[in-house]
Design a protein around this ligand. Structure first.
Ligand code: ZN
Length: 441
């Protein structure tokens, strides 16, 4: 299909959804529900998709706010990832939740993209299926990891994802692989003044921390280890019989994380031996780093260029200025595909091992707006943010149209994926049957 015809078709397909999309994004922004508790936000998105002929199933019992919405038949199957969770302490009231990562836009943008793509499939009489994955708890870095463990994201020929940002560009590289680990120590309590009878679990947690700090010297440079002590006793005159530390291990790939986790566990073991306590380790979450797919990154880039970055109006500049922020917007599309991994992690990268993943960002806030901060929350419900979201929906629909109608494009993407995963068997790593940390850690 020639690009200009495709552009017109896509614009026409997204236009009727505009008003409803803005309402939904604002409603989810107001709800600002915590990870794993996005019941209303998930319901709003599911109802919107159902209203457009999608068959919706909340099919993953371990993750009640995850869902799958399908429309169309036969192949190819194109997936689209939506998120809708908020962040703590990012709302206007201290301690309240807010959409400081723009997931109110993310979930709706992908849903509108799914509706537009499914409508275009029908109109053009092309065979194929659109699957929208409602993915909770991205901010807990966990939703997709548990969904993947329980069978989600299978059977797709390709999958699309986006994220609101300060710039419009392909998002090809992804972030770091990660393990989230809980270490629980158990000792024996005693009167603090007669502590020789006790065995302190807190001592074990602190000793582990010291050991891990020595470990840092002997890990590759890209490795990051961070931790907090979640429990360490209640009073100095009671020897703590229970303590627990929560660690993140990040590295550029899965194997490296596995190796550092192994050594971290040795630190826990040594500390428990030294303090005559016992320990238990729980792998709360494990995510992969992104599997690159060059032909997909190029296809997404071409569609970003075709559809263009969202327009910046004078009113947008004024609104951002009113919020006390420099009204500095990136206007064009950044065409360069960058392959350098980010330090941060996203559970979206795990999906790239189950199907080829094509991802991008669209400018929805002023450049330099801090993510995970209430200044981001404020901007993620402005007209510019909504325009960015609708542009993302257009890029979803345009790319899906290519995947459905251009055999060559899909074939290149598939063969890059198959080559890279030839000897790979997906291991979710999180133990079977273990519940996600829905009530937090
Ligand atoms: Zn995010």
């Amino acid at each position: 299909m020639d690009p200009q015809t495709k552009k017109q078709l896509v614009k026409k397909a997204v236009r009727p959804e505009r008003a409803r999309a803005k309402e939904l994004a604002s409603a989810i922004w107001e709800l600002a529900e915590p990870p794993f508790k996005e019941h209303e936000s998930a319901r709003l998105l599911a109802e919107y998709l159902e209203g457009h002929g999608f068959e919706v199933r909340f099919s993953i019992p371990s993750v009640p706010t995850a869902f799958e919405a399908t429309r169309g038949s036969s192949r190819p199957v194109v997936g689209m990832l939506g998120e809708y969770d908020a962040l703590p302490d990012c709302g206007e009231e201290p301690g309240s939740y807010g959409h400081a990562c723009g997931h109110n836009l993310l979930g709706v943008g992908a849903a509108v993209g799914a509706v537009a793509a499914a409508n275009l499939l029908e109109e053009t009489g092309t065979g194929g299926r659109v699957v929208y994955w409602g993915c909770p708890a991205e901010e807990a870095l966990a939703g997709k990891a548990y969904m993947a463990r329980d069978g989600a994201f299978r059977g797709m020929d390709a999958c699309l994802a986006w994220h609101p940002s300060g710039a419009t560009r392909p998002k090809a590289a992804g972030g770091s692989a990660l393990d989230s680990l809980l270490f629980e120590f158990r000792g024996r309590t005693a009167h603090g003044a007669y502590a020789h009878g006790g065995r302190s679990a807190l001592d074990a947690a602190i000793l582990m921390d010291v050991a891990v700090n020595y470990l840092r010297e002997h890990v590759p440079e890209n490795v990051r280890i961070h931790s907090v002590i979640r429990d360490g006793g209640q009073a100095p005159n009671v020897v703590p019989e229970y303590a627990r530390s929560w660690y993140y291990v990040r590295a550029s790939d899965r194997k490296e994380v596995d190796e550092v986790t192994r050594r971290l566990t040795l630190c826990a073991e040594g500390s428990a031996t030294a303090t005559e306590t016992t320990f238990e380790r729980t792998l709360l979450d494990a995510i992969y780093s992104r599997l690159h797919n060059e032909p997909f990154a190029r296809l997404v880039r071409d569609n970003l260029v075709l559809m263009g970055a969202p327009r910046v109006l004078k009113a947008d500049l004024e609104r951002v200025k009113e919020l006390g922020k420099e009204p500095d917007f990136v206007k064009g599309v950044e065409e360069e595909i960058r392959w350098e991994r980010g330090r941060a992690s996203s559970d979206e990268d795990t999906v790239s091992w189950l199907a080829p993943l094509g991802a991008f960002t669209v400018a929805c806030v002023a450049q330099g707006t801090s993510g995970h901060h209430r200044e981001y929350t404020r901007q993620s419900n402005l007209p510019f943010a909504h325009r960015g979201m609708l542009r993302a929906a257009e890029v979803f629909a345009a790319t899906a149209l290519d995947l459905f109608s251009d055999d060559r494009a899909l074939k290149d993407i598939r063969s890059a994926f198959e080559k890279a995963t030839k000897n790979f068997r997906f291991d979710p790593l999180i133990p079977d049957g273990q519940s996600p940390p829905i009530e937090g850690v």
